[in-house]
Write a protein that binds this ligand. Structure first.
Ligand code: AMP
Ligand code: MN
Ligand code: ZN
Length: 948
């Protein structure tokens, strides 16, 4: 459009030029020549390029003058209250502006909330009265004045997501006891900040139902932060209500039925339909009364349950949990490679889908095209402020990449076909192909023909072509920052200040850190954020691609949305997430460090150290996704060292040393009573120390200064119970607890071969001698994660993809065996309370030389042996095992749960994480169960699928 106008203007100019006197004709001719050339150029361009659809389309958010969360690749900046006193170091920190206020509320929470509801017992239920439609700044100011006089008001928001990249708030409903207000946040977008003071006022209580998302949305769009929240959903948790959806509460307490399908209407429309207005009002109108009823119940529960000495205060707890939600901070998803999350999810979906087996799916070209299309889609969505889904569906990407269309008609028909069997969850109709595709078809051709090689070039080209000088698409508050930023979302953008989170003091460590990051961080996004809906359209959980595929492959679900991929279950799940004790599973999880928000690199961190976790009963392990979080390298270091410190504390508290104390050959100790540790603090020789010492002695022993040699020998001797050591002992010291697999790796890595071992003693040979018996597969074998290998193990992609996935254990399982040659089976490892003996023959009853009587009665030999196969003898394996066994024996599963809470507490104290997903809770105990067809019950499902 712009181009055409420019051309017309220049043509007019030319007409004038022709009419001028001859005297300046020469100059004119020159000018004319240039003009003609330019017109030709422009004309050629405009012919090649269709005008962008946005030139003719009105999008309400294009009227917003100020946009806090734009579509650029840089992290969201939170409100700063005290600009002046921020020191250089902290300037970059994205802290919660009301952290102090909220924390103080959590300490002395709103116990007097019941008094706020004076007169509610006489409250007339109906919604007869008029509502106020707030659409002018003056009205908003009046509302602020009104609210300032209230002690409590109720809030809800409605969002629009399809025609926006990050989504925006389209309506805010506020109800006081006497009035309902509907705020048109689209026309008032730029002045919504007027509401900041009332929302941040700790003296005014705000009632929400399930506030988590609303809290983040208000921050994202208006820098509105909620201080003093009462979340009726949290109250339901504490009251152990059978359901905790708003629909249930409305029905139970107010006798009002509500149609939640209206959630998915297009809330941008004006005027809103009568039905939508009704729905929006209901969501806020009854909340105060519901809060009042729930508070009464909490009070009653307290009176029934609390003995005089017992201080547990139920209202206080509800208020505390509510305000904890307020501490959440909005953050943008930042990928280290643009579109990478979507691309890897699409590719893995294709590889997992048996219905998709066409050789072309597996080839490099297909995957490369998927990546390119995802990059393009991501950028186009940002440029035009549209959701990814609106631009191009996953199915369409697969179709385009699998069978590269060559004509416009081919492109259109393959997209239509791809989207034909996908039912939309949203009520807003979807266009296929989208106007974005239709008006930028040249790009697609370019991409598909493979002219451009580097992904970064694609981004650069797109931005130049679309937003640059004479670009095809309109600039807006959303895409402007894309243009001004030259660094784009591809490749390694690991710069210390990229997100504005990491301060300059790390610059010195950069070089080695960068290497470290490259080596250890996750190579692809961890969370795919695919959705599973119940048959009535309610969101059940977020999960990864493979879990969806698992349901789809068994015809237990149908595909409903392409981006991110979403399914609807075809059977009725047993429970709904909001009815269970935790919101955690219905939160979208960001691929960022939960500590500081870093999005360029992250690695998984296990809050509960695996030396304990692997010994948990299976069903307690099933909600591990809660306790595996993403951390950047720096936060990882902090959390890890705090955990290591706490392990020592655990060791002392339980009297279970962290390390195996010594290894003694059976024949030499048979007659000697096994000694128990002199003191609990004594943690023995660390396997790492032992390895280093043994390796140094083997390699450089003779050349070493004698003092050093003596030191190292002492270390190894301590391990062997103080006796003289031979070279064979040294090699054994290197090997103890190492599986054949690890040993091979070790030999390769260190360039060391075990020459002092007799051939028949070689564990590998021994294994083969058994006659092809497969090595025992163990989980998390290898030196315990706490050891030097921990980060390496974590870093490899051989880790589980998504924590909820059924494949978790399969993926982390390393083909290893603890075993098995004579010399090792004779080895008795003496640990703190007792000893564990490993034998090559599980079925030889005599093999279990178990003398750890304090913990294991002799009839548990079998389980012990079975569990031992899961445990590394290096690291903290034996310690972890004994601790868990002790907990289970003394306190049962509650003991294990309480133990988990302690670790979460250690984690939170060490890191003060600001980006934990919503619903994350130190007290988490979440049951995850979709009932009969749960993926956690593979046997049920397999038979059900066959039967069906
Ligand atoms: P509510 O307060 O329950 O009306 O939900 C607030 C907003 O969340 C709605 O305006 C929707 O934008 C969004 N939302 C909630 N649940 C869904 C859903 N199942 N599908 C689509 N959007 C939803
Ligand atoms: Mn609502
Ligand atoms: Zn455009």
């Amino acid at each position: 459009m712009c181009l055409t106008l420019g051309a017309a203007a220049m043509a007019a100019e030319n007409d004038k030029l022709r009419a001028t006197p001859l005297a300046i004709a020469a100059t004119c001719f020159f000018a004319l020549a240039i003009s003609v050339y330019l017109i030709k150029q422009l004309f050629a361009k405009s012919k090649r390029r269709k005008p962008c659809y946005l030139i003719a389309e009105f999008k309400p958010q294009y009227n917003f003058k100020r946009v806090l969360a734009d579509n650029s690749y840089s992290q969201f900046k939170h409100l700063k209250l005290h600009e002046a006193d921020s020191v250089a170091e902290e300037e970059e920190l994205n802290l919660h502006p009301y952290k102090v206020e909220i924390s103080s509320l959590m300490k002395n929470a709103n116990v007097g909330i019941l008094e706020l509801f004076d007169g509610y017992e006489k409250w007339s239920m109906g919604m007869g009265g008029e509502y106020v439609w707030v659409e002018a700044e003056e009205q908003l100011r009046e509302l602020v004045a009104d609210l300032s006089n209230e002690e409590v008001f109720a809030v809800d928001t409605e969002q629009h997501g399809l025609r926006s990249f990050l989504g925006f708030t389209a309506l805010i409903q506020i109800s006081t006891m006497s009035k309902d207000y509907l705020i048109d946040t689209i026309v008032l977008h730029d002045v919504m900040g007027l509401l900041r003071p009332v929302f941040a006022n700790p003296a005014i209580c705000k009632v929400f139902h399930g506030a988590h998302n609303d809290i983040l949305w208000l921050q994202r769009d208006f820098h509105i932060y909620v201080v003093n929240l009462f979340d009726t959903a949290k109250a339901c948790d504490i009251l152990s209500k059978p359901h905790k959806s708003l629909a249930y509460l409305l029905e139970t307490y107010c006798g009002v039925a509500t149609n939640k399908l209206l959630q998915r209407e297009d809330w941008r429309q004006r005027p809103l339909s009568e039905e939508m207005i009704q729905y929006a009002r209901v969501d806020a109108h009854y909340l105060l009364y519901i809060a009042y009823c729930l508070c009464l119940e909490l009070k009653q529960l307290e009176n029934e349950n609390s003995s005089p000495g017992d201080k547990f205060h139920f209202i206080l707890e509800a208020s505390r949990r509510s305000n904890a939600t307020c501490l959440q901070l909005f953050a943008k998803d930042i990928e280290s490679c643009t579109g990478e999350l979507a691309a890897s999810s699409i590719i893995s979906r294709c590889l997992n889908d048996p219905g998709n087996i066409s050789p072309s799916l597996y080839d490099e070209k297909f995957q490369e095209l998927v990546r390119r299309l995802c990059v393009w889609r991501d950028l186009m969505a940002r440029l035009h402020d549209e959701s990814l889904r609106f631009v191009l569906s996953d199915n369409a990407i697969i179709a385009l990449a699998a069978k590269i269309p060559t004509t416009e008609t081919n492109i259109y028909s393959s997209m239509l076909e791809a989207d034909s069997d996908v039912e939309s969850v949203t009520m807003v109709p979807l266009q296929t192909p989208s106007p974005v595709v239709c008006s930028h078809l040249d790009d697609l051709f370019c991409l598909l023909r493979g002219k451009i090689t580097k992904l970064d070039d694609i981004l650069q080209m797109c931005i130049r072509e679309h937003l640059g000088q004479g670009g095809s698409c309109p600039l807006s508050a959303y895409n402007y920052a894309l243009l001004s930023k030259t660094t784009l979302g591809t490749g390694n953008r690991i710069t210390p200040n990229h997100n504005g989170f990491r301060a300059s003091k790390q610059v010195a460590k950069m070089a080695s850190r960068q290497l470290f990051v490259q080596k250890f961080s996750c190579k692809s996004p961890v969370y795919h954020n695919c959705k599973i809906y119940a048959s009535d359209g309610r969101l059940l959980c977020y999960c990864d691609q493979r879990k969806l595929q698992w349901y789809l492959n068994r015809d237990l679900a149908k595909l409903v949305e392409g981006d991110p991929l979403s399914i609807m279950l075809l059977f009725e799940p047993k429970g709904r997430p909001e009815d269970e004790d935790n919101d955690f599973y219905i939160q979208k999880k960001k691929n960022i460090c939960v500590g500081c928000g870093e999005g360029n690199h992250y690695l998984r961190y296990r809050i509960i150290p695996s030396c304990y976790r692997i010994h948990f009963p299976e069903h307690l392990k099933s909600h591990r996704s809660h306790d595996i979080v993403l951390l950047c390298v720096d936060c990882h270091e902090i959390a890890h060292s705090a955990a290591e410190k706490y392990k020592k504390h655990v060791a002392a508290e339980f009297g279970i040393p962290l390390f195996i104390r010594r290894v003694a050959d059976l024949d030499k100790t048979q007659n000697t009573p096994i000694s128990l540790p002199a003191s609990c603090e004594e943690i023995g020789v660390s396997p790492l120390q032992l390895r280093i010492a043994a390796m140094a002695l083997l390699r450089h022993g003779p050349q070493m200064p004698s003092q050093r040699r003596e030191e190292l020998t002492q270390t190894v001797m301590t391990y062997y119970g103080g006796r003289e050591i031979t070279n064979e002992d040294l090699e054994k010291a290197l090997l103890v607890g190492m599986s054949p697999h690890e040993r091979r790796r070790f030999e390769k890595k260190r360039g060391y071969t075990f020459k002092h071992f007799r051939k028949s003693n070689n564990p590998i040979d021994a294994e083969e001698d058994i006659g092809g018996r497969p090595p025992v597969t163990i989980q998390n074998a290898s030196p315990d994660e706490d050891e030097e290998d921990s980060l390496r193990t974590k870093a490899t992609d051989a880790y589980q993809q998504d924590d909820d996935t059924i494949l978790e254990d399969a993926k982390i399982t390393a083909p290893c065996s603890i075993d098995t040659d004579d010399s090792l089976s004779d080895t008795k490892i003496v640990s703190g309370i007792g000893s564990i003996s490993i034998s090559s023959n599980d079925d030889t009853s005599g093999s279990g030389n178990l003398s750890n009587g304090t913990i294991h009665p002799s009839d548990e030999k079998e389980t012990l042996l079975k569990n031992d196969s899961k445990m590394s003898l290096l690291g903290h394996g034996p310690h972890g095992k004994q601790v868990v066994e002790y907990l289970l024996k003394e306190h049962g599963e509650d003991g294990v749960r309480e133990f988990c809470q302690r670790w979460r507490h250690v984690f939170v104290e060490a890191l003060h994480p600001r980006f934990l997903p919503g619903g994350w809770d130190v007290k988490h105990s979440g049951k995850r169960d979709f009932g009969e067809f749960s993926v956690y019950k593979p046997t049920t499902i397999a038979s059900a699928a066959i039967a069906g």
